[in-house]
Each structure stands twice: as structure tokens, then as C-alpha cells.
Design a protein around this ligand. Structure first.
Ligand code: NAD
Length: 459
């Protein structure tokens, strides 16, 4: 196999080894540590996003049929806000955190220093190809690291934009698919930040283990959405349909399936039909607001899932456009293929349960999800208290992600670690425990040295 295709630092195509060496040398020389350097990098990133908004929207439209509105709110503006927040907060985040001392360490300076790991690799998926690369990049730069970015090879147009020379300084972009990424991970990095499927997460974690490299895994799974009988069906339908069909359902935190009673299902179906009609019109295929499936492989996979249970709404598809209509399935069994894998498309199965307790039991029998949603006038807190998930939405979808003070991260099968805002800075920083003592006043230490006296017990 030939050398990996790399567009590296200083706007030139280099061999992968050269790029890695240059990044390491830049880090060793301390180039990325000064606050001024970090701010300049972040400003450059902000400028890149602002100046290339149209280019980015076009790339996202070509990759995913994303409307400019969806591109703006879920990718470009979120990234811009993250850059602005990091620039504004950097001095505070970087400050040493003082730690209270005890009798043994009185008269010392005790603090936690946030220091960069060194060379970080960020591996991104295709579904929010800009957001999921730039958001962690902001944290990695803010923390003073050198960064190698590996965008998804599947969202090809966004991948191309990410090779823009303006995006290269003490970070670089490397292109490639599974094989190249596997090769890449044979090298030692100081931190690995991976977003993608649990299957590949295990491969990346095994590679990290060979070098004892610390790692964040932002993974996926099936996100349950419980709806109880107290809810107004139209309100639930509007909120769930927007979050389920946003980005054509290719969202890691989208509600994956609904659990509700038979009575609520009967009230929800017309409400979902009405929400879909209102959002996407009579013929959703012609709607500029509905995205497309990323590629043929995923299209075929989703087409296969349309055969589960019974189609209550939608169900149409067209291969040449990679179009799948906003779809609702009913009469789905827990053992059906659609309930065995993350759907990652505009298909919403409804499963009936007798009551809240049965719903909670259903949720807790499965892997811990990245997100969990509950709609109820009075029992949201019961679902929150009796379950576990990466994030939680009561009476709405993944709006919590718009709050930069909220962490994004999974638990169990949906991942480990968290980021966004200050969480990103902390993720990409080693928290170094520091205690600075006076070289004098040695008499004070007598108490801790043998032979121990009854006074030693007082320490
Ligand atoms: P994926 O796991 O197939 O690929 C992710 C990245 O890993 C890509 O850059 C890809 O090139 C690389 N990769 C693929 N196979 C590899 C291998 N064998 N060895 C090393 N690297 C490899 O995921 P995807 O299909 O791009 O994205 C969809 C998945 O990502 C879903 O499961 C979704 O839930 C998850 N996701 C999670 C989050 C989150 O924030 N937790 C966000 C978006 C997507």
C-alpha cells in the first residue's frame, strides 16, 4: 500500500510520517502552549467558518441533502459558538486551580495545572461531519495540543473542505477509510478522540490499549423515547418528528423508537401524520427540508428495515435519490431487525407497553443509550430516576445539546468521556497535581520521619 494521503501543516502534501514528526516537533518546541497562540488558532478557525459558510453549506447539501437551516443550526453556528466561547473563556480555563492544604502541607502551594497531552488524533463520523470534527478540535486547540484530524471518508464533500489550507497550522488533516485509520492508529498518540459506532469504537480502543493511550469514545446506540397517556399527542408528535427526521434521521441522539400504550399509539399516529405533512408537505421527496441518506450502503440497509412490522406512515423510497420517506412502523416486535441495531435513518418504530413500569423495564434490559427521552405531564422524573443514559430530555428532544455548559457523552455501550465547552478543554488537558514546598523549614518535617512518636498520629 502507498503512503497515506495527507495534507499537512504548511499547506503541502507530505508523507504521513513527516506530518506526524512536524506536529510532534511543534509541540516539543512549546509552540502550541502560549495563550496567544491558542487564541490565534481559534480565531483562524472562527474566520474559516465565517468566510466559508456557503462552501460548507454546499458540501453538507451534497453529502446529506442538508438544508441551509439544518446545516447552520446543527453544524456551522454551533461550531462558531464553541470557538467564541473558547476564546472568551480560555484565560479562566487555563488558570491553575488552587487546592486546600492539610496539616502536612501547610505553607505550601497546592494546585491543579491543566497541561496539554501533546499530539491528539480526532476521528470523526459522517453524519454531522463538520460539527463532530470542529467541536472537539476547538477543545484540543484550547488545551494547547497539536492535532491530527481524520474526517470520515464517507462524507466526501465535507472531507474535501476540511483539507482547506486555512485549516492547517499546528494541526493537520489525514484522509482515509478503515484501513488507513487502522494504519494510523499503529502509531503512538498522546490522546485519541473517537466518534463513531460501538463496533469501530472497540477496534480503536484495542489500538489505544497497545500504547496505553487515553481515549474518549463518543458512540451511538438505540435511544428510547417514552410517551405516557397524559401527553398532548400533537405536541409530542411535532417534537419527536422534528428530532427523528432532522438530518434524515442520521443523528446519534435522535429518538430511535417510541414506547407508549396502545391507546396513545392510536392518538399519536394521526398526530405524527399531521406533523410530517406540515413539515415536509404532501410529497416529502420534493421538500427542500428533508435530507438524503449518506450512501447506497446505508440506503439499502434502511430499505431492509422498512419490512419490519407494518408501515403506518410513509414507507416509500427511491434508490436513485437515496430518498426514504419519513416513516412510522407499528406492530414491531422486540426481536425484529429494526430493534437490533441503531436505525440511523428516517424510520420511527412504535412499540406498545402496558405502563411506565414495563417501559422502564424494557429500557433497562438493553444497553445504556446515548440519549433517553420521556414525555409526560407528571412522570418525567420517575423515568429519569429509574434509568441511565448519556443525556436525558424531558418533554423534548436533543435541545440540551445547544447548551455549551452541558456535556455530550455516553455511558456503557454508548461511550466514555464527555466534551463541549469547558468539558472539551478538560478532556484534552492532563490535570497535573502540583505541590510546591519551601526548601527550608525542615524542622517542621520531623513529625513525619521515623522513629514515629505519639505526635505523628496527629498528622
Ligand atoms: P464508524 O464507526 O463506521 O466510523 C467512524 C470513523 O471511524 C470514520 O472516520 C471511519 O473512517 C473510521 N473507521 C471505520 N472503520 C474503522 C476501522 N475498522 N478501524 C479504524 N477506523 C475506522 O461510524 P459512522 O458510520 O461514520 O458514524 C455513525 C456512528 O457514529 C453511529 O453509531 C452514531 O451513533 C455514531 N455517532 C456518535 C456520536 C456521538 O456524539 N456519540 C455522534 C455522531 C455519530
Amino acid at each position: 500500500m502507498g503512503p497515506l494521503s495527507v495534507q499537512g501543516w504548511m499547506d503541502s502534501f507530505d508523507s504521513f510520517e513527516d506530518t506526524l514528526r512536524r506536529l510532534r516537533e511543534a509541540f516539543k518546541a512549546g509552540q502550541t502552549r502560549p495563550v496567544e497562540f491558542r487564541v490565534a488558532q481559534l480565531q483562524g478557525l472562527g474566520h474559516f467558518l465565517g468566510a466559508n459558510k456557503q462552501l460548507l453549506q454546499d458540501a453538507l447539501a451534497e453529502d446529506l441533502g442538508k438544508s441551509p437551516f439544518e446545516s447552520d443550526i446543527s453544524e456551522i453556528i454551533l461550531c462558531q459558538n464553541e470557538v467564541d466561547l473558547a476564546i472568551k473563556s480560555l484565560q479562566t480555563w487555563m488558570k491553575d486551580e488552587p487546592v486546600a492544604t492539610n496539616l502536612l502541607t501547610k505553607l505550601s502551594s497546592a494546585f491543579i495545572r491543566k497541561e496539554p497531552f501533546g499530539l491528539v488524533i480526532i476521528i470523526a463520523p459522517w453524519n454531522y461531519p463538520l460539527n463532530l470534527m470542529i467541536m472537539p478540535l476547538v477543545g484540543a486547540i484550547a488545551a494547547g495540543n497539536c492535532v491530527l484530524l481524520k474526517p470520515s471518508e464517507i462524507s466526501k464533500n465535507t472531507e474535501k473542505v476540511c483539507c482547506h489550507p486555512a485549516l492547517q497550522s499546528c494541526f493537520a488533516v489525514v484522509l482515509g477509510g478503515p484501513e488507513e485509520t487502522g494504519q494510523l492508529l499503529e502509531h503512538k498518540f498522546d490522546y485519541i478522540f473517537f466518534t463513531g459506532s460501538p463496533r469501530v469504537g472497540k477496534i480503536v480502543m484495542a489500538a489505544a490499549a497497545k500504547h496505553l493511550t487515553p481515549i474518549t469514545l463518543e458512540l451511538g446506540g438505540k435511544n428510547p423515547c417514552y410517551v405516557d397517556d397524559s401527553c398532548d399527542p400533537q405536541t409530542v408528535a411535532n417534537r419527536v418528528a422534528w428530532f427523528r427526521y432532522f438530518n434524515a434521521g442520521q443523528t446519534c441522539v435522535a429518538p430511535d423508537y417510541i414506547l407508549c400504550s396502545q391507546e396513545m399509539q392510536e392518538r399519536l399516529l394521526p398526530a405524527l401524520q399531521s406533523a410530517i405533512l406540515r413539515f415536509y408537505g404532501d410529497d416529502p421527496k420534493t421538500s427542500p427540508n428533508l435530507g438524503r441518506i449518506i450512501n447506497q450502503k446505508h440506503f439499502k440497509r434502511l430499505q431492509g428495515l422498512l419490512g419490519c412490522g407494518r408501515v403506518a406512515i410513509g414507507g416509500q423510497s427511491e434508490e436513485s435519490e437515496r430518498y426514504i420517506a419519513p416513516t412510522v412502523l407499528v406492530d414491531v416486535q422486540e426481536t425484529d431487525p429494526v430493534m437490533q441495531e441503531e436505525i440511523f435513518g428516517p424510520i420511527l418504530p412504535l412499540l406498545t407497553v402496558k405502563n411506565l413500569e414495563e417501559a422502564i423495564d424494557f429500557i433497562n434490559r438493553r444497553e445504556k443509550p446515548l440519549a433517553l427521552y420521556a414525555f409526560s405531564n407528571n412522570r418525567v422524573n420517575q423515568v429519569l430516576d429509574c434509568t441511565s443514559s448519556g443525556g436525558f430530555g424531558g418533554n423534548d428532544g436533543f435541545l440540551y445539546l445547544t447548551l455549551s455548559a452541558m456535556p455530550l457523552g455516553g455511558i456503557g455501550n454508548s461511550g466514555m468521556g464527555r466534551y463541549h465547552g469547558k468539558f472539551s478543554f478538560d478532556t484534552f488537558s492532563h490535570h497535573r497535581a502540583c505541590l510546591l514546598r519551601s526548601p527550608g523549614m525542615e524542622r517542621l518535617n520531623d513529625l513525619r520521619y521515623p522513629p514515629y512518636s505519639p505526635w505523628s498520629q496527629q498528622l
